[in-house]
Ligand binder design. Structure first.
Ligand SMILES: [Zn+2]
Length: 139
């Protein structure tokens, strides 16, 4: 089955484009969390952050920054913005071509992160040290 985002890049599927450059394309999310919800995608097919080239990865955030600035200037309701990228189904990814959500936020919009039970406890230094060591060692 064809990748719907690759079809959009190729122009075989319609999308309301808001930005493009050599490495990225941005368009309106068809199921917006809020008015002005934009997706930024790499032109290369990469399923997720692990498959994304360094070049495409390096282009995504500057593109998101331009769009975030445009959203603020546009007059659309935008008191804040969340950037969100889901990687793998367990994290909420439903289209398996890497994409960065740009979600305009306003007070009381009802969107947000839900923290797990028990959240709010400060981790011990020993636990954080061990975790940091494992992550450093894996690079
Ligand atoms: Zn794709």
């Amino acid at each position: 089955m064809a990748c719907i985002f690759c079809e959009i890049i190729a122009g075989r599927m319609p999308a309301h484009r808001v930005y493009e450059d050599e490495f990225c394309l941005a368009f309106m999310d068809i199921m917006p969390i809020s008015s002005g919800h934009v997706l930024v995608i790499p032109r290369e097919h990469a399923a997720n952050i692990w498959e994304l080239s360094q070049q495409a990865s390096a282009a995504l955030l500057p593109a998101a920054q331009k769009i975030a600035t445009a959203l603020q200037k546009s007059g659309l309701p935008c008191e804040g913005i969340n950037l969100f990228m889901a990687n793998n189904a367990v994290a909420g990814q439903s289209v398996f071509h890497a994409h960065l959500h740009i979600v305009p936020r306003v007070q009381g919009d009802g969107f947000g992160l839900r923290f797990p039970p028990g959240y709010g406890q400060t981790a011990s230094n020993a636990a954080l040290q061990e975790l940091a060591q494992r992550i450093r060692a894996a690079q």
